[in-house]
Structure formats: C-alpha cells, structure tokens
Design a binder for this molecule. Structure first.
Ligand code: SF4
Ligand code: SF4
Length: 705
C-alpha cells in the first residue's frame, strides 16, 4: 500500500520502472508515426510539380483566417460550432498534452512559462477545454449515429460509408480527454488526501467532477487510478497519432499544410504542366491527369486533408440533380486509391510498377472515376467555396478532362461544337461574317448605331459580345440592350464583329487547352489591333476569360458593374416599374458571383428601380445554385434525374418570386427552358439585367417631357 501519491515516473510494477515503460512508448510512438508519415509522402514525391512556395505572407494570412480562424465552419451552424469548439480545445490542450507526456519520464517537468500563477490559470482553462472537447465528442457520436445528417450518407454508387471509422476516432478522442481529466483529478484528490496544498481545478469541469468522485476512495486506489489514467492517456495519444494517417482524421495533421499551400488565385486555371509555358505546350507528351501520379503533390495533399464532412457535395448542383458526380467522392475515392496502392505496410501496386491504371474508365479495369462523372461538372465552384479546408476541385476535374481529350475520349454531343470552334471560331458553326448581324438589324440601327472596330474606326471601349449573344436569336436581345445602355451613357464603343472569336472560356474548362490558346491568341491580337482602352461584356464567361485567362488585354468590366456605377453617378435613372404584382429575384451567375465576387452591383441596380419588389432565394450570392450552363454544358447531355435549371426555378418560386433576373446569356437559356419544363410558363418569366435596365431607364426624350 502506498502512503503517498507517487509521481508516475517513479511507479514500479512487477519490477518494471514505469519511467522506462513510458520512455519506450514515447520512442515507439514517435518512430511509428514518422514511418507512417514517410510512407504517406511517397506518392507526393512521385507526383507532378506544383508551384506553391511563393507569397509566404499571403499564405500565412490564409492559415490565420481559414485554419486558425476556422473561417468557413460557421456556414454550417451545428457542425461548425462543434468543430470550432473541438479545434479550439485541441489548440489549448496541446501544451498540456506534451507536459503530461514528459512528466512520465521527468517528474518535475513544467512547460516554460507555465509555472506559478500562469500555470494555475492555464490549468483551469484547459480543464474546461478537455471537458468541452469530451462533450463535443459525445454530441458528434450521437449526431452521426442517431440524427445522421443527410450529407454524411454514402450513395451505393460511390462506395461504403466511413461512419464506423469516424465514430471510432471520435470515441478515441473522448477516451483521451477522459484519461487526461482522470489523471488531473487523481493527482489533486491524492494531494487533498495527503493534506498537501492542492492544485486548483476548474469548477464543474470533468477533472473537478472526477476528483469529487475520487475523494472518498483509498489513497492506494487513487494512486492506481493516477498511474492507470496516465498509461491510458499515453497509449491513446500515440495510438491516435499513428492511426489517424489511415483514415479521414489524417486531416488533423495535414490541414495546416493544405491551407498554407492552397491556391491563391482561385479564378485562374492550373496550367497543363507547371513550368511549361503556352509556347512550349506542343512539346508536352501527355496532357492532363490519366494516372494517379499525374496529379500534382498538392492535389494529393488535398486527398489526405479532406475531412469527409460532405459540405462540398451538399452544395454541388450536379450531385443535387442526381448526376453521377459528388465532389466529396472525387477525393474519397482518390484517397482510398492512394492507401491501396501506396500502403504503409507491404508492397504497393502503383503506376511505376504496373504502367499505371487509368483513373477514368471502367471499374473492372481498376479505374475509380467514370467518364460521365468527370463530364458532369459545370465548374460552378460551389464545392470549393464551401470546403473549410480549401480542397480544390475544378483544376483536378479539368486536368482529368485534359487527359480524356488527349486520349480522344470526347463525348459524342460535344464533337460537333468543338469542330465548329476549330473551323469557325464559334460552337454553332455559323459564318464569321454573320457575327455582327444582331447589331446590323435595320430597326435596331434606327435606335442605336454600333460600329465595328478597325484601323480607321476606333473607340475607347470594346464591347466583347462572345458567341452565344452574337448568334443565338433570343440572346441577341441582351447584346442590343447592352449596346443601348453603353450608347445611353455616352460611351465611345464598338465591337470586333467578324474579328471576334469565341472567348474560349468553356473550351478551356472542357479541357481543350490547345484550342483555347488558339482562340485566345486570335482575340488578343484583334483586341490589341483595335486600340481600345477598356473592355465591357455582358457575358460572365467572357468576362472571366478576359479577366483571368487572357494576358495583356485592357481592363475588363461586366455590364452590371458599369450600370451600377452609372446609377450611382446619376447617369442612369429609372421609371417606376408599372406592373405591381411582379416579384423579382436575382440569380447569381457562377462566373460573375462566385468566381469574381460581383454580388452587390446587380442587386444595387435592381434596388434603384422605384417600386421593384425583390426577394432573395435561400441559395444566393456565394451559395448560388448553378443553372447548369458552365463548361460547354449547353452542348452536353448529362445523365441526371432533374435539370439544374428546373431546380433553380423551383427555388425562385419557393422564395415567392415570379421574375428571375440574371446577368448571363447561359443562365438565360437554361432558366427560360427550365420555366417551360417546370410547367411555370405564364406564371414565371426570366429577364437579363441589361434587358431590364434598357426597358426601365429614363431616356433623353422622356427627360425632356
Ligand atoms: S464545380 Fe460545381 S458542379 Fe463541379 S464538382 Fe464543384 S460544385 Fe459540383
Ligand atoms: S472536400 Fe472539403 S467540403 Fe468536401 S468533404 Fe472534404 S473537407 Fe468536406
């Protein structure tokens, strides 16, 4: 029987000094962890290059905001709050955990700076932290097992759920907190029983409750609990450390690095190969991602860092309408592939040994993605906007498409528009000389003259029209409205006419990089030759391409930005809207909103129209729901249960709107079509912002009256 509470480093059991035992556990734990992490790094070392070592301050800022500040977590209130509490608890408990580990081999160890009063305060704070983390684990387990949020479900086509793994790990963390609290409680209970000065425990915390439970117990038993709790803490700590790299909890170790190396310029697509300029693309032997090792090391780090929270898929429009794509599983399947082919124990079956398994193809041949899955993405960016760990998807999906295209796997429905883009510079195969027909219609010319720019006929501003607005009969109305607005505000502008080719925005996201560079180079030459000082477009896809994919062209604005500025300066005024029963809602086009953060300008314009009633859809601004038009989707026929546009129109109806305003010709095609499919013809209409402004603005002749 012990007469006093021994330090754990002094305990001896069956002639074994526990100090030695703990030292062995420390060494074993650290060596095992280092070995496992080294094995996990092997595929990253075999991966493609990725230049992510620039701008350390900007990267540090991201770490402070997204990792330490947990910026995106509150977007999901319950899960977000739980995660923030657990994360804060872990950060606070880090020093306490290390102190406890070292105490096992050095009984009087105190972390520098944590002796005396500071140590007491830190002790009280961490008592509460351990309690909160423990309670959060209990709540998280109950949520997973009882309430089962829908986004954690795994549809059979994507594989098996990782619920058991998640619950097991949550349970281990709960045990770690319990062991830590029991160790503290036994230490203080022992001090109390021996009449020594006792360390303060936070009132009502887990250690405090356990101490009260232990006080009546014999000192010898308290001593055993003390040593036992320590051993449990030590073993659980190292088991967790070494087990986490085998599953979704690996993000605890990798997330800091993943956020630090996250993409700084999200709008710019990744080059075909880092370090290979466009001029040398013809020397690249293989385009895109075909085997796992074709991913960049950062994309592999993404796979390790995903917490499997399901937020990306919860916001993915392709997933919502039953297409065979769920971004979460783009990651989960790749991570499982990495674990299978680069195992910690035993020999792996990787590309360097078996000439590579094609990642996209049939399951029987070992592929993990289907072609439909990869073509189903609209590149809307909702997944990336939502991910708390800044996992990237668009670059990976475009890289996988580049690989498919390089191997000649072009979906049937896209072959014709691609050929037309090659030969005619537009996906419809229309004659170049017809490009400016929309502006040359007689009735239109009577109200607005649009000049075609050439050497002898210059302008300050280029209106870049792009293919859909130039050639689609319905969308030409957006072109005319835009021209009338520019004319109204006194802009000296013109168009390129036949000299303008498709911006190539969709072509690039479809994976046809060489065709994109040809279109871009042609347009850049034409824009430079026109001598304009700035560019305006009403097409967010052209806007995004000109702003981010093109180099050395004048500054570009979307027409909604121009209108908002002119409204503020008083150059555009509106008549009151006459039809009082109309309720408007604004649909954010992905390439204007999420990809370029233009959310307020279109709303400010709408709110400046007297009498216009506007409601907001639940999914708006950075959570806007894609209409389904991005990435050449107008020409692709995906497998889906419902059209994205139909879902969007239903969202507008649920918000109480009967007029959907958008600011993108692609959205207009999909939404007008969806109104018919949803059976809402006559009850719901769609209008482009430029058309509405053109319709409602006060003209000179009206001002004179
Ligand atoms: S970009 Fe959009 S469609 Fe593509 S995976 Fe992400 S959320 Fe889904
Ligand atoms: S990619 Fe991000 S959002 Fe999607 S499941 Fe993983 S951690 Fe969650």
């Amino acid at each position: 029987m012990v007469e006093h509470l021994q330090s754990v480093s002094q305990v001896t059991l069956w002639l074994v000094a526990w100090r030695t035992l703990f030292l062995i556990i420390h060494i074993l734990g650290v060596v095992c962890f280092a070995y496992i992490v080294a094995k996990r790094l092997v595929p990253l070392l075999r991966a493609e290059r990725d230049l992510r070592f620039d701008q350390p301050w900007a990267r540090l800022e991201k770490v402070l905001k997204f990792w330490l500040g947990q910026w995106k977590h509150p977007r999901y209130k319950t899960a977000g709050t739980l995660h923030i509490l657990i994360f804060a608890g872990f950060i606070l408990l880090a020093m306490r955990a290390f102190t406890v580990l070292i105490v096992g081999v050095s009984q009087n160890f105190v972390m520098p700076g944590l002796s005396g009063r500071a140590g007491d305060i830190y002790g009280v704070i961490t008592d509460y932290a351990a309690t909160v983390v423990f309670l959060c684990m209990v709540v998280a387990v109950v949520r997973r097992l009882v309430f089962k949020p829908a986004r954690y479900e795994v549809p059979a086509r994507f594989g098996k759920a990782h619920t058991a793994d998640a619950v097991f790990l949550l349970g281990l963390i709960a045990i770690l907190m319990l062991a830590d609290s029991l160790f503290e409680a036994a230490k203080v209970a022992g001090q109390s029983r021996q009449g020594q000065p006792v360390e303060a425990l936070a009132a009502l915390s887990l250690p405090w409750i356990l101490k009260i439970a232990l006080l009546p117990v014999a000192l010898a038993t308290i001593g055993k609990v003390y040593a036992g709790a320590y051993l449990l803490h030590e073993v659980t700590f190292y088991f967790l450390l070494c087990y986490r790299p085998f599953g979704i909890q690996f993000h605890v170790e990798t997330s800091l690095f993943n956020v630090y190396f996250a993409k700084l310029d999200r709008e710019i697509l990744k080059p075909v190969r880092w370090g290979v300029s466009d001029e040398h693309l013809d020397q690249v032997k293989s385009f895109g991602v075909k085997t796992f090792e074709d991913f960049t090391w950062k994309h592999m780090l993404d796979f390790y860092s995903c917490a499997d929270c399901g937020r990306c898929s919860d916001n993915c429009p392709a997933n919502a309408v039953g297409r065979p794509l769920s971004p979460r599983f783009i990651t989960v399947k790749a991570r499982d592939y990495a674990f299978r082919h680069y195992p910690v124990f035993g020999r792996g079956n990787n590309a360097h040994e078996n000439n590579g398994t094609a990642l996209v193809g049939s399951k029987d041949s070992g592929s993990i993605y289907s072609e439909d899955e990869i073509w189903s993405c609209t590149t809307c960016g909702a997944c990336e906007e939502e991910c708390p760990l800044l996992v990237e998807y668009i670059d990976k999906i475009v890289d996988l498409r580049r690989g498919l295209i390089d191997d000649g796997n072009v979906p049937q429905s896209l072959q014709k528009p691609l050929k037309a883009l090659e030969s005619r510079g537009n996906p419809y195969g229309k004659m170049e000389k017809k490009k400016a027909d929309w502006a040359n219609a007689k009735e239109f010319q009577q109200v607005c003259q649009v000049k075609t720019l050439n050497k002898s006929n210059g302008a300050d501003t280029l209106y870049f029209v792009d293919s859909i607005t130039s050639y689609d009969d319905r969308m030409q109305s957006i072109g005319r409205a835009t021209a009338k607005i520019l004319d109204h505000i006194g802009e000296n502008f013109g168009i390129l006419g036949a000299a303008e080719k498709d911006s190539g925005h969709e072509v690039r996201r479809f994976g046809e990089e060489l065709l994109f560079t040809a279109l871009r180079d042609h347009n850049v030459d034409a824009i430079k030759a026109s001598g304009v000082k700035r560019i305006v477009t009403a097409d967010p896809h052209a806007f995004n391409a000109l702003k981010h994919d093109y180099k050395d062209v004048p500054e570009v604005e979307h027409i909604s930005q121009v209108i908002a500025r002119e409204v503020k300066s008083g150059n555009i005024k509106f008549n009151p809207v006459e039809n009082g029963d109309k309720v408007y809602t604004y649909h954010d086009p992905c390439y204007l909103g999420r990809h370029n953060q233009v959310y307020d300008d279109p709303r400010e314009v709408l709110d400046a129209i007297p009498g216009l009633k506007r409601v907001e859809m639940t999914r708006c601004k950075d959570r806007s729901f894609c209409c389904g038009g991005g990435g050449l989707m107008l020409f692709y026929e995906p497998k889906e249960e419902q059209r994205m546009g139909v879902k969007r129109v239903q969202m507008a109806a649920e918000a109480g709107a009967n007029v959907i305003v958008t600011a993108c010709p692609f959205c207009m095609v999909n939404i007008e079509d969806a109104i018919k499919v949803a059976g809402l013809e006559g009850k719901m209409t769609a209008i482009d912002l430029a058309e509405l402004v053109d319709q409602e603005m006060v003209r000179e002749e009206q001002k004179a009256v």
